[in-house]
Write a protein that binds this ligand. Structure first.
Ligand SMILES: *[C@@H]1O[C@H](CO)[C@@H](O)[C@H](O)[C@H]1NC(C)=O
Ligand SMILES: *[C@@H]1O[C@H](CO)[C@@H](O)[C@H](O)[C@H]1NC(C)=O
Ligand SMILES: *[C@@H]1O[C@H](CO)[C@@H](O)[C@H](O)[C@H]1NC(C)=O
Ligand SMILES: *[C@@H]1O[C@H](CO)[C@@H](O)[C@H](O)[C@H]1NC(C)=O
Ligand SMILES: *[C@@H]1O[C@H](CO)[C@@H](O)[C@H](O)[C@H]1NC(C)=O
Ligand SMILES: *[C@@H]1O[C@H](CO)[C@@H](O)[C@H](O)[C@H]1NC(C)=O
Ligand SMILES: *[C@@H]1O[C@H](CO)[C@@H](O)[C@H](O)[C@H]1NC(C)=O
Length: 487
C-alpha cells in the first residue's frame, strides 16, 4: 500500500510527460515509432515528430503523394508503411524528404504505372513492396535512383512483360537479389537473360499464364536440376498455357535415352575449342534452341553471331575462339530434353584454358550461385531428421499454410519435395526421376481471370504423383518458409 502511494505520483508524472509529447491526433506514439494506422486519414497528420524512425500510415484514405506531403524532411525515417491506402499518384521526387528509408511498403494501393524517377532520392532503400496494385507498366528509369535495392515485391499486379530493365539498365539496382513477379500476367519471359540473372537472384514467377515453348521448358528443367528455390518451392504454381508439355515438340529426336556425362576439355590460351552439348545426339534437328550458361554470361544457338568470341552453332556446339585464361570454368548446356536428369547426370562441360587449375573453378558455378540454389542438406542425418519432421507435420498437425497470396497451400506440398530429397542428390544438384521422391500436386481449380485451359508444366509422363500430397488437407504447413524471410 505504502509502495503504491509512492509510485502514484511518479506514474502521473510519466503520464503527463507522455501526454505532452507531440503525438498527433489519431496516432499512437512510442518514442520513435509512430502509427496512424486505420484512421481514415486523407492527408498526413500535422506535426509528426521529425525523429520518427518508423511511420505506419496503413489502412487510411491517402490518394496521392505530393512533393510536399511531409512538411519537413524525415532524416531518421527508415521504415514507411503506406499499404492499404488508395494511392494512385506519386509525384516525382516525393520521397526526397525521406532519404534514409530502408523499407517502403506501398502494397494494396491503386498504382497503375511506375513513372520514371518515381523513387528518386531513395538511394539507401533495400526493400520495396508493391504487392497488390494494378501496375501494368514500369517506365524506363523508374528504379534508376534506388541503387541499393535488394528485394522487390511486384506480386499480384498486371505486368505483361518481364521488367528486364531492373537488371540491364546501367543505373538500375545492381544488388537486386530477390524479385517476386508471381500472380502477374506474364506469358513470355526472357529465357536467356533469366539463365544469367538467376545465378545471383531469386526470381519468382509462379502463377503467371506462361506460354509453354521449348525455351521455357529448357529453363524450367534446368532450374529443377539446379534445385532453384523459387521454382522448387512453388513448383505447382507453374502452369502452362496452351499446349501440354508432351505435345510441344522441341526436337524430333528422342533425347530422353541419352545419358548426360560431364566432359572436360583443355585448350591452350589463344586457341579455339568446340564443345558439343552433352546428350545431344546426331543428327541434330533444325529448330532446336540450345542455351549455354558460361561462367560469365548466357548465349543461345539462334543468335549465331559467329564473329563474337563465344558462339553456339545451330547444332548446339559451343565454340570458343581465342581462349583466355578467364574462360576456364563450368559450362552448362541447357536444352529442352523432356525429362529430369537422373542422379549422377549433368549437362556440364568443364573447360580448362592453359594449365590453370580447374579445381578452383569446379563446382564454382553452382556454389557461387548462392542461396537461391538448394544446398542445405549436406549430411544424411539432416535428411533423416527432416523426413521425420515432414512425417510429423503430415500426420500430427493440420495444414496451417498461409493463404495470404492464394497459393499458400499448394506451395506447402511442393515444399515436401525438397525436404525429402536425398542429400547426395541435392548436394550434387541432381534430381532423381524414378518417381518415388518427386511429387506433384494436381492442378487446382483456376482462380485467375485467364480462361485458357492450363496444364501443369512440370507434370511429365514419367513422373508419378505421390498420393499423400495430393490430399491438400494435410500438408507440411509449418515448413513453408516465408519467402520474405528466406534470404
Ligand atoms: C472517411 O472519411 C470520409 C471523408 O474524408 C468520410 O466520407 C467517410 O465516411 C469516412 N469513413 C469512415 C469509415 O469513417
Ligand atoms: C505518371 O506520369 C503521368 C504523366 O506525367 C501522370 O499523369 C501520372 O499520374 C503519373 N503516375 C503516377 C502513378 O504518379
Ligand atoms: C552491393 O553489394 C555489395 C556487396 O554486398 C556492396 O559492397 C555494394 O556497396 C552494394 N552496392 C550498392 C549500390 O548498394
Ligand atoms: C537468343 O539470343 C539473342 C541474342 O542474345 C536474343 O536476342 C534472343 O532473345 C535469345 N533467344 C531466347 C529465346 O532467349
Ligand atoms: C509432336 O510429335 C508427336 C509425335 O511425334 C505428334 O503426334 C504431335 O502431333 C506433334 N505435335 C506438334 C504440335 O507438332
Ligand atoms: C556442329 O556444327 C559445327 C559447325 O557446323 C561442326 O563443326 C560440329 O562438328 C557439329 N557438331 C556436332 C556434334 O554435330
Ligand atoms: C603454367 O604455365 C605458365 C606459363 O603459361 C608457366 O610459367 C607455369 O610454370 C605453368 N605451371 C605449371 C604447373 O605447369
Amino acid at each position: 500500500m505504502l509502495l503504491r502511494l509512492h509510485l502514484l505520483p511518479l506514474l502521473l508524472l510519466l503520464l503527463s510527460r507522455v501526454a505532452m509529447a507531440p503525438c498527433p491526433p489519431h496516432c499512437l506514439c512510442a518514442s520513435d515509432i509512430i502509427s496512424c494506422s486505420g484512421s481514415n486519414l486523407s492527408t498526413l497528420p500535422f506535426g509528426l515528430p521529425s525523429y520518427t524512425t518508423r511511420l505506419d500510415l496503413s489502412h487510411n484514405a491517402l490518394r496521392a503523394l505530393q512533393v510536399d506531403w511531409v512538411s519537413q524532411p524525415f532524416q531518421r525515417l527508415t521504415t514507411l508503411v503506406l499499404s492499404w491506402n488508395s494511392i494512385s499518384q506519386i509525384e516525382m521526387a516525393s520521397f526526397t524528404a525521406t532519404p534514409r528509408l530502408l523499407h517502403l511498403d506501398l502494397s494494396s494501393n491503386q498504382l497503375r504505372v511506375l513513372n520514371s524517377s518515381v523513387f528518386r532520392g531513395l538511394t539507401e532503400l533495400k526493400e520495396l513492396l508493391l504487392i497488390g496494385n494494378q501496375i501494368a507498366q514500369i517506365m524506363p528509369g523508374a528504379f534508376s535512383d534506388v541503387n541499393s535495392l535488394q528485394r522487390l515485391y511486384l506480386s499480384t499486379n498486371r505486368l505483361t512483360s518481364f521488367p528486364l530493365g531492373l537488371f540491364e539498365d546501367p543505373g538500375g539496382p545492381h544488388n537486386l537479389t530477390f524479385l517476386d513477379l508471381s500472380y502477374n500476367r506474364l506469358s513470355k519471359v526472357p529465357v536467356q537473360s533469366l539463365l544469367s540473372v538467376s545465378r545471383h537472384a531469386g526470381i519468382y514467377l509462379q502463377e503467371n499464364p506462361l506460354l509453354c515453348d521449348c525455351a521455357l521448358i529448357a529453363l524450367l528443367e534446368y532450374w529443377l536440376w539446379k534445385q532453384y528455390r523459387p521454382l522448387v518451392d512453388f513448383q505447382v504454381g507453374y502452369q502452362c498455357r496452351g499446349t501440354a508439355v508432351r505435345e510441344v515438340n522441341c526436337t524430333h529426336q528422342d533425347l530422353s535415352g541419352i545419358p548426360l556425362e560431364a566432359q572436360s576439355y583443355r585448350v591452350e590460351p589463344g586457341d579455339w575449342l568446340r564443345v558439343p552439348c552433352p546428350g545431344l545426339g546426331l543428327p541434330v534437328q533444325q529448330g532446336l534452341i540450345v542455351f549455354w550458361v558460361t561462367p560469365r554470361t548466357a548465349l543461345n544457338s539462334s543468335a549465331s553471331d559467329l564473329s563474337s568470341r563465344l558462339s553456339v552453332f545451330p547444332n548446339g556446339t559451343l565454340e570458343i575462339q581465342g581462349a583466355l585464361m578467364e574462360d576456364s570454368g563450368i559450362y552448362e548446356c541447357v536444352v529442352a530434353r523432356g525429362r529430369y536428369y537422373d542422379s549422377g547426370e549433368s549437362p556440364e562441360a568443364r573447360v580448362m584454358v592453359g594449365n590453370s587449375s580447374v579445381s578452383s573453378t569446379t563446382g564454382l558455378a553452382r556454389r557461387s550461385s548462392g542461396e537461391h540454389f538448394n544446398t542445405a542438406f549436406t549430411t544424411l542425418a539432416s535428411c533423416v531428421i527432416s523426413i521425420i519432421l515432414v512425417l510429423l507435420y503430415l500426420y500430427l498437425t493440420p495444414c496451417q499454410c498461409r493463404e495470404s497470396r492464394g497459393g499458400g497451400s499448394r506451395g506447402c506440398g511442393a515444399r515436401a519435395i525438397i525436404l525429402c530429397s536425398d542429400p547426395r542428390e541435392v548436394e550434387s544438384g541432381q534430381r532423381r526421376a524414378n518417381g518415388k521422391r518427386v511429387a506433384f500436386l494436381e492442378p487446382q481449380a483456376e482462380d485467375s481471370d485467364i480462361n485458357v485451359p492450363k496444364t501443369p508444366v512440370m507434370t511429365l509422363d514419367h513422373i508419378s504423383t505421390e498420393g499423400i500430397l495430393k490430399n491438400g488437407s494435410r500438408t507440411v504447413g509449418h515448413t513453408l518458409t516465408d519467402p520474405a524471410q528466406e534470404v
